[in-house]
Design a protein around this ligand. Structure first.
Ligand code: DGY
Length: 325
C-alpha cells in the first residue's frame, strides 16, 4: 500500500534545487510565476494543504490562520523573522510554526557591512556619478567621504547576526563595538567577541559613529528608533538597518535626514515594504537595497533545505528542529 505524500503549498518561487526536493518528497504546489498571493489564495491554501510554506513577505494573519474547515497543520516559513505570522493566533489554533535560523547569519552580516561601507564611502552616489557621465577625473577634494576603520559601531540587539557583524567590524575594520540588548545573550556567546554592553539605547545611540539595527521585528520593537531616539544620534553618525523596516519610524528618519540631524542612512528593509518614501529615494546620503540580506544562492538554498528538514521531522511525528510554537 502506498501512503499519500503530504500536500505542501509554497507561496513564492524558491531556488530550483529546493523546489526539486520539495517535489520529490511531497505533493508540492509551487508558485512558478512568483506572484504575491492574495488573502483568499492563502486561505484556500490553508484549507487544501497539509503544510503552508510562506515567506517573510506573506501576511499570515489571524484571518488566514483561523479559517474553518482547515487542513493545514504546520506553517513552515522560509526566513528567520516571524513578525509576518500571528503567532498568538497560530498557537490558539494548535498549529506548528517553524522558521530558518542560523543559515542566513553570515550573509546578512556581510550585507550590513556592505551597507556601512557603501554609506560611509559614498559608493552608491559615486556609482551614479560615473554612470551619468558626471565624472571629470581624479582630484584631491572629489567626493570626500568618512573613514570606517577604527570608528565606533553601535549594535541595537546582540543576537546571532549582530554578533557576526561585531566580529567583522572589530577584526576587519578595527572598530570599537558596543551594543544594547535588554535580553543579553549568555556570556559564552559573547566570550570571543570584543564588544561593550551599553546600559541604555540612548547611551549607545549617543556614543556611536555607525548604528546598525539587529533586533527582531515585534510589537515591542515597532518604532524603537523614533524621533526621540534619533535625537540622541550624533550629527556625524550613520544609521543602518538590515533587520525589520518598522523598527525605525521612517517618517521620523526622513525628517531627521532633511534637518541634517544625522549624516545618512543605509536601508535594506522598509516600514511599508516594498513602498519606499519618495523623499528617501531622492536623497544622496541614503543607500537603499531591496531586502537582500539573505539573498545569496548558497544561503537561500540552505534556508529552503532547513524548511524541508522541519517538514520531514513534523510529518515523521517528531519535533521540527526550528519549532517556534
Ligand atoms: C528573514 O529571513 O527574516 C529575512 O528578512 C529574509 O531572509
Amino acid at each position: 500500500m502506498t501512503m499519500n505524500k503530504p500536500k505542501v503549498f509554497v507561496t513564492r518561487r524558491w531556488p530550483a534545487r529546493v523546489e526539486q526536493q520539495l517535489s520529490d518528497l511531497f505533493d508540492a504546489t509551487l508558485n512558478t510565476d512568483d506572484y504575491p498571493l492574495s488573502l483568499s489564495e492563502l486561505i484556500d491554501a490553508m484549507q487544501n494543504s497539509d503544510a503552508v510554506l510562506p515567506t517573510v513577505s506573506d501576511r499570515i494573519t489571524a484571518e488566514v490562520l483561523t479559517v474553518q474547515p482547515r487542513q493545514t497543520q504546520i506553517i513552515a516559513s522560509f526566513g528567520v523573522g516571524f513578525n509576518h505570522i500571528d503567532l498568538d493566533a497560530a498557537k490558539s489554533e494548535g498549529l506548528t510554526v517553524t522558521n530558518t535560523p542560523d543559515v542566513l547569519t553570515d550573509c546578512t552580516a556581510d550585507l550590513a557591512i556592505t551597507l556601512m561601507l557603501s554609506l560611509a564611502r559614498r559608493a552608491g552616489e559615486g556609482e551614479r556619478h560615473v554612470r551619468n557621465g558626471s565624472w571629470s577625473g581624479w582630484r584631491p577634494t572629489h567626493m570626500m567621504a568618512t573613514r570606517v576603520t577604527g570608528k565606533k559601531l553601535g549594535l541595537v540587539g546582540m543576537g546571532r547576526i549582530a554578533r557576526a557583524v561585531a566580529k567583522r567590524a572589530h577584526q576587519g575594520f578595527e572598530m570599537e563595538v558596543s551594543f544594547y540588548d535588554p535580553f543579553l545573550p549568555p556570556q559564552e556567546m559573547l566570550s570571543n567577541i570584543e564588544a561593550n554592553s551599553c546600559k541604555s539605547l540612548e547611551q549607545l545611540l549617543s556614543s556611536s559613529d555607525f548604528i546598525s539595527i539587529h533586533c527582531p521585528g515585534s510589537k515591542e520593537t515597532h518604532h524603537l528608533i523614533d524621533a526621540n531616539a534619533i535625537s540622541h544620534i550624533q550629527p556625524h553618525a550613520f544609521l543602518i538597518n538590515t533587520a525589520r523596516g518598522d523598527v525605525i519610524d521612517e517618517q521620523a528618519l526622513v525628517t531627521a535626514l532633511n534637518n541634517n540631524q544625522i549624516a545618512g542612512a543605509a536601508l535594506d528593509v522598509y516600514e511599508f515594504e516594498p513602498v519606499i518614501d519618495d523623499e528617501l529615494l531622492a536623497m544622496d546620503n541614503v543607500v537603499l537595497l531591496p531586502h537582500l540580506g539573505s539573498a545569496t544562492l548558497e544561503t537561500r538554498e540552505a534556508m529552503g533545505m532547513r524548511v524541508i528538514e522541519n517538514l520531514k521531522a513534523f510529518f515523521a511525528g517528531e519535533q521540527p528542529p526550528d519549532k517556534l510554537i
